[in-house]
Structure formats: structure tokens, C-alpha cells
Write a protein that binds this ligand. Structure first.
Ligand code: XBP
Ligand code: MG
Length: 255
């Protein structure tokens, strides 16, 4: 059996609850600054999350909007600029410490590092956003904990396509059978499974009701002694996801 050598983390919804009060708020601020009368409330944003990637999400919304064909053409050309403004608002908000890591994330990252596992990131979001999140929560030095950060537009097809995970594996120089993935959404799970990765899901604010068929284990978050996690499906977990949980998951898949 192949040994477990690396753990590949999603970012949004997995490392931190970034969507509702981070990305969504930044989009709305950017729309206002760009002179758009768009506002994505909490529930609408939940629906729009089925489209992964901020620019792709804006394009989808524009295509289904009340704007005239002429306005749609003009606004489509503005999407990259407005998204740029959104990224600036988002990273600024993180710098002020508005968002923390989910319970157990820091604990598990430290345990994996201590035990010699490689850490990597495979995400749809813009790389600047990850740098801002890691720096503001774990400190700038923690950026070097991640051997690979695969993010955003570096692949043609975003999740649920497997491309970002495949790129991450290629950069790690490892086979899918030597890694596990940690995700929070059905789109992320589909992407990881399509890349051949055994996957653990921590459900998040917007993904709680989604279908996680195929996940090796589903919990509400990674958990720690003061915030034990609840087991939802798959491999049993007693209060917190540890390296041993990931090893058991891996072994069960490849026994
Ligand atoms: C995250 C996303 C991202 C963020 C916005 O998905 O879909 O698009 O919402 O980030 P996942 P950008 O957690 O599955 O990777 O605006 O930088 O695209
Ligand atoms: Mg996610």
C-alpha cells in the first residue's frame, strides 16, 4: 500500500468561513465602487456559489440579469476590473483580522508538519486571498509550510473539474494514492474525487445541505479539545480529526 505523504487543503469554507462575510461583502463593496446596482444578499450568494470562481460567478449573474444586451456587453468587459477591486477589499478585510481559522485547522496543520507530512493547497480562489488569510491567521512565515499553493486562474477549468488538484499533485510530484484532500463543498469533493483523491469533508455554512456521497468521512469541522467535532458520515471520528484519522481513511480506501 502507498504511504500517506501529503494533505491537500481547500481554502474557502475549509480553512475559514470566508464566503458569507468575506467574499460576499467584498463583492458588494466592489459593485458599489464600480457603480453597479448589484447586491448579493446571504441567500442569493448561497445560490451563486454553485458557480465556482469570482469572475465566473459575476459573469453568470450578469448573463441572468435585467441589463440590456448592450449593457451586458459593456459590463462583461468590466468584470476583471471589478473583481480586482473585490480582491483588494477582501484582502484588506483579512488584514484587519476579521476572519479566523475554523476550529482544529491550526492544530491539524501543526500536527501534520510535526509528523513530516507535506501540506498543499488546491483552491479556486485568487492566490493573493490565500496569502492574506494564512498571514493574518497563522503569520507570514506559515506561507512556507505549504509546499504547493495551486490557486485560481492557473487552470482552465475550475472545480468541480479535477484540474486544480491534478496540477497540485503534479507540483508535489506525488500520486493521488499518496495524498488525501480536505474539502467543504460538493463541487470541491467532486473535483478531488475526479482527481482520484480520498477526501474528508468538513461541512460549512453554505454547504451543510449538500450531497457528499463518495467522501471517506464527513464532519462539521476538524475539531479540537475545546470544540469537538460532530461525526456526520463515513469513518468514525471522536471529537477531532487527527493524522491518525487521515491515515485510517487512507488505509480503508487502499487496503
Ligand atoms: C471558492 C470559490 C471562490 C471564492 C471567490 O471555492 O468559489 O470563487 O468564492 O474567490 P472553493 P475569487 O472553496 O471550492 O475553492 O473571487 O478570488 O475567485
Ligand atoms: Mg471550499
Amino acid at each position: 500500500m502507498r504511504q500517506l505523504k501529503a494533505v491537500i487543503f481547500d481554502v474557502d469554507g475549509t480553512l475559514a468561513e470566508t464566503e458569507r462575510d468575506g467574499h460576499r461583502s467584498a463583492f458588494n463593496r466592489a459593485f458599489k465602487q464600480g457603480g453597479l446596482d448589484w447586491f448579493w444578499d446571504v441567500s442569493l450568494y448561497g445560490e451563486l456559489l454553485s458557480v465556482t470562481g469570482g469572475k465566473e460567478r459575476m459573469l453568470y449573474y450578469l448573463q441572468h440579469s435585467h441589463h440590456t444586451p448592450e449593457e451586458k456587453r459593456r459590463l462583461k468587459a468590466q468584470i476583471p476590473d471589478i473583481h480586482h477591486i473585490k480582491t483588494a477589499y477582501y484582502t484588506k478585510a483579512l488584514e484587519t483580522g476579521e476572519l479566523g481559522l475554523r476550529p482544529g485547522v491550526g492544530r491539524l496543520l501543526n500536527e501534520l508538519r510535526d509528523q513530516g507530512l507535506k501540506l498543499a493547497i488546491a483552491t479556486t480562489t485568487t492566490e493573493a486571498n490565500i496569502r492574506a488569510l494564512i498571514s493574518s491567521t497563522l503569520g507570514k512565515a506559515a506561507l512556507s509550510w505549504f509546499e504547493v499553493i495551486a490557486a485560481g486562474d492557473v487552470v482552465e477549468h475550475k472545480k468541480p473539474a479535477p484540474d486544480i488538484f491534478l496540477l497540485c499533485l503534479q507540483k508535489l510530484g506525488l500520486d493521488a494514492a499518496e495524498c488525501v484532500a480536505i474539502e467543504d463543498s460538493s463541487n470541491g469533493l467532486k473535483a478531488a474525487l475526479a482527481a482520484g483523491l480520498v477526501t474528508l469533508v468538513t461541512t460549512s455554512f453554505y454547504t451543510r445541505q449538500q450531497d457528499f456521497s463518495g467522501a471517506a468521512c464527513v464532519v462539521d469541522f476538524l475539531g479540537d479539545t475545546s470544540h469537538p467535532c460532530q461525526h456526520i458520515a463515513g469513518l468514525e471520528v471522536d471529537g477531532q480529526v487527527t493524522l491518525q484519522t487521515l491515515k485510517d481513511m487512507h488505509e480503508q480506501a487502499y487496503h
